[in-house]
Ligand binder design. Structure first.
Ligand SMILES: [Zn+2]
Length: 369
């Protein structure tokens, strides 16, 4: 019974040879990677591959001949794998060459969209410049929250309960929900969007003991909306508490501030005014820098309406009641406070006619700074 065995070996060898010719043709002719993978599966596929059919003849091969035949089959399989990998790499090379040769692509061409470099908003530029002036004068910069209690925003600042600023017309009140509350049921919390940065003054004075010199800057909210008022604007507030602080110290600091902002010799004047949290209180005017001529005369000026003075900020000596509310001994300590709108300074600085321009974010405007 050697004849069938010899036949089986021959049949396998012939089968491998025929299969070899076919897979080489199929690999060479494969148009893309998927076709190549299909051709490989047709040869080596576990269930339907043609090699499986050739291997079925193995059962007729005598035991002693099997290792040799098996080795041939393995060599064949290895040959298929190598041919497959090499054709795959060839395809990748062809694709890359096709890419490089197709539609010429000039990397040196300029982009279609020109993107300018960004910069800080003029309000923030002004805020940073102002804070730098006060830092240089020895004030510490402290941040405070924009959502505040009525007590820190009004009551402790000695606003009388009937003060118009506390009225619904001026203040944005905030509905406070306890976690887990039905959003439709509102707790009777007296919380608001701060109407000034003075809440930071209250917070700092309630937590520290004098001496202290602090400035605070940030967004504040009021129900105002016209050419010079916006419902949201930015304030800077500063205060100093120590023993023997007087109005003269306040005027000294404000004069240094005006000179740092508008140059040496800038005149400053205080006009008596009323704010609930200071006593005495004053409005501060700075000599108009837009219209003064070298001979001392003034040209017609829209900024100061040719009065020569521009109102810049409010200030005063901190009311003893405010100190007491914050746990500071008002017999021993005195202090001054001042506050102003950052937008107003920016408008004066750059000659901006309407506060709206600062919040419309029109690039044609913003790019000018
Ligand atoms: Zn002027």
């Amino acid at each position: 019974m050697t004849a069938p065995a010899a036949d089986a070996v021959t049949a396998i060898e012939e089968g491998l040879a025929a299969l070899g010719t076919r897979y080489r043709d199929a690999f060479a002719g494969a148009a893309d990677e998927q076709a190549l993978r299909d051709a490989q599966a047709a040869v080596l596929g576990k269930k339907k591959g043609e090699l499986t059919r050739v291997m079925a003849l193995m059962r007729d091969v005598p035991k002693e001949a099997r290792p040799e035949v098996g080795a041939k089959v393995n060599t064949f399989k290895q040959g298929v794998q190598e041919a497959f990998q090499s054709r795959l790499q060839e395809m990748a090379r062809e694709a890359r060459n096709a890419d490089l040769n197709a539609s010429p692509f000039d990397l040196s061409l300029p982009g279609r969209l020109e993107l300018g470099r960004g910069h800080l908003h003029p309000v923030h530029q002004t805020r940073d410049d102002l804070l730098t002036i006060f830092r240089d004068l020895g004030f510490e910069v402290v941040a405070g929250p924009e959502v505040e209690t009525e007590a820190n925003n009004f009551t402790k600042l000695a606003f009388p309960p009937d003060h118009p600023a506390t009225d619904m017309q001026d203040t944005f009140w905030v509905d406070v929900l306890e976690s887990g509350d039905d959003p439709r049921s509102v707790r009777d919390g007296k919380v608001l969007l701060r109407t000034h940065t003075s809440n930071t003054q209250i917070r700092v004075m309630s937590q520290r003991t004098p001496p202290m010199a602090v400035v605070s800057a940030g967004a504040v909210y009021r129900r105002d909306d016209d050419l010079t008022h916006s419902p949201m604007f930015h304030q800077i507030e500063g205060f100093l508490v120590d023993e023997n602080v007087s109005l003269a110290h306040l005027k000294g600091v404000l004069t240094s501030f005006a000179e740092a902002l508008y140059g040496p010799g800038t005149p400053v004047r205080l006009r008596p005014s009323y704010f609930p949290f200071v006593e005495p209180g004053a409005e501060v005017d700075i000599g108009c820098v837009f219209c003064s001529e070298s001979d001392g005369s003034r040209s017609s000026c829209k900024v100061c309406k040719t009065t020569g003075w521009v109102e810049v900020l409010g200030c005063g000596m901190i009311h003893p009641e405010v100190l007491t509310h914050c746990g500071i001994d008002s017999e021993k300590y005195t202090g001054y406070a001042f506050g102003f709108g950052v937008e107003r300074i920016a408008m004066l600085r750059y000659g901006i006619p309407s506060i709206k321009l600062l919040f419309e974010n029109d690039p044609r405007f913003i790019e000018q700074f």
